[in-house]
Design a binder for this molecule. Structure first.
Ligand code: FES
Length: 53
């Protein structure tokens, strides 16, 4: 999921992540850099077109 705009991304404890004006968030749970997508979803799912929207 690619997110753009003016936002603040926080974890469950309230710690803020440094983001730019846009970032890709992991929806599959496979990323080694959660909450961000690191591309680990590629080649894993049948319908990859939905992995990062
Ligand atoms: S959506 Fe999880 S690694 Fe890309």
């Amino acid at each position: 999921m690619f997110v753009t705009g003016d936002f603040t991304l926080k974890d469950a404890t309230g710690k803020e992540f440094t983001t730019k004006k846009g970032c890709s968030l992991c929806r599959c749970g496979l990323s080694s850099n959660k909450p961000f997508c690191d591309g680990a979803h590629k080649g894993v799912f049948q319908d990859e077109s939905r992995a990062n929207k």
